[in-house]
Design a protein around this ligand. Structure first.
Ligand code: FMN
Length: 174
């Protein structure tokens, strides 16, 4: 049985999350294929996969264009399979941000026509080592706005790995 993991990551946290999912799937006895829509979108085929996990981060309220394009152009195949969508954002890290984190995913579903069977809103990370001026200002002034987090303090990971393991296992063993 094969699980296909399709992901995209700009600063690395969604890649780390996808590798974590890969390990959980292997532990459950699945073969895993992991591909990124960043450099391989045209070659990705869902053929032969029993289940598909999709993972993508939110930047300025959107998942990456290439990822969305892939999902929209494969929506019929994806809708016919058992799928889990992991949307990674900083809003998901805060109780008062969860509704907005869900909006990002709902908007993507509306644009692409893709309806995942299971969804995870995963908290991402602040990674100042990957930011230029624009990214630093956006994360500090817009994404984290009133939250008392210093963007320049170094990498700050909000991902709750235990919760993620539970949710991923529930999908894998479904
Ligand atoms: C320029 C920029 C814009 C972002 N915009 C949002 C946003 O609109 N909403 C949100 O919740 N998180 C936002 N984030 C936070 C990212 O979703 C978070 O850092 C995530 O971990 C990035 O995943 P990646 O490392 O796989 O790219 C933004 C981050 C950056 C750098």
């Amino acid at each position: 049985m094969t699980i296909l993991i399709i992901f995209e990551s700009l600063e690395g946290q969604t890649r780390k999350i996808s590798e974590f999912v890969e390990e959980r799937c292997q532990r459950a006895g699945y073969r895993v294929r992991m591909v990124s829509t960043h450099d391989m979108a045209a070659q990705i085929s869902v053929e032969g996969a029993e289940k598909v996990v999709l993972a993508a981060p939110v930047h300025e309220r959107l998942h990456p264009k290439g990822f969305e394009f892939f999902v929209a152009s494969h929506k019929d195949e994806l809708n016919a399979l058992k799928t889990l969508m992991i949307s990674v954002s900083l809003n998901a890290a805060f109780p008062e941000g969860r509704a907005e984190a869900l909006d990002f995913l709902t908007e993507m579903q509306r644009r692409t026509g893709f309806e995942p069977d299971s969804k995870i809103l995963a908290a991402g990370a602040v990674r100042p080592d990957c930011y230029g001026y624009f990214e630093s200002v956006t994360v500090r002034n817009s994404v984290l706005a009133d939250r008392k987090i210093n963007v320049f303090e170094g990498i700050r990971e909000f991902t709750n790995w235990d919760a993620l393991a539970t949710e991923v296992d529930a999908f894998v063993n479904m």
